[in-house]
Design a protein around this ligand. Structure first.
Ligand code: SF4
Length: 149
């Protein structure tokens, strides 16, 4: 269990890791030709889903986790905001025209900082993607290693 100590914003990360303290599943990755995250009515413990993943599968390949935003302990946080959210909006295409129903919107850092624009891209995001497109690699690159200007 990795402990995160966020500031007092109460904002949550929408692309957390399962091993982070307090992480819960709020979306399930589906789709064959195109990734689509189906958002659950509420965040739940992974165990509540009763899904046994095959050995070697990282839960972040199959689920989207939310946990407290780690802020300065996260490589994507620049001291003021989440740069990952910024890159996603700038580099990735929208995957839906309608605002997805999402149970964490009231506390989501990405939504707080990027609004509707990131929600229209969010269902296409897998936290652990084994075969990412070049644009996804660029979007995931933390600021100090980013090739973006
Ligand atoms: S970006 Fe939007 S759709 Fe994605 S987790 Fe945040 S509120 Fe939900």
């Amino acid at each position: 269990m990795i402990e995160v100590k966020p500031k007092e914003t109460g904002l949550r990360c929408p692309s957390g890791r399962p091993e982070f303290e307090g992480s819960k599943v709020f979306g399930v990755v589906t789709g064959v030709e195109q990734t689509v995250v189906n958002y659950l009515p509420r965040p739940v413990e992974q165990a509540e889903l009763g899904i046994d993943l095959p050995a070697g599968i990282d839960p972040a390949q199959v689920f989207r986790f939310t946990c407290a935003c780690a802020e300065s302990k996260c490589q994507h946080f620049d001291g003021a905001e989440c740069t990952l959210g910024d890159r996603i909006v700038r580099l990735l295409p929208t995957v839906t025209e309608a605002l997805p129903k999402c149970s964490i919107r009231g506390h989501c850092r990405w939504f707080r900082e990027r609004g509707r624009a990131i929600c229209l891209r969010c269902p296409g995001i897998v936290s652990h993607d084994d075969q990412p497109a070049d644009t996804v690699i660029a979007a995931a690159m933390p600021p100090d290693r980013s090739l973006q200007s």
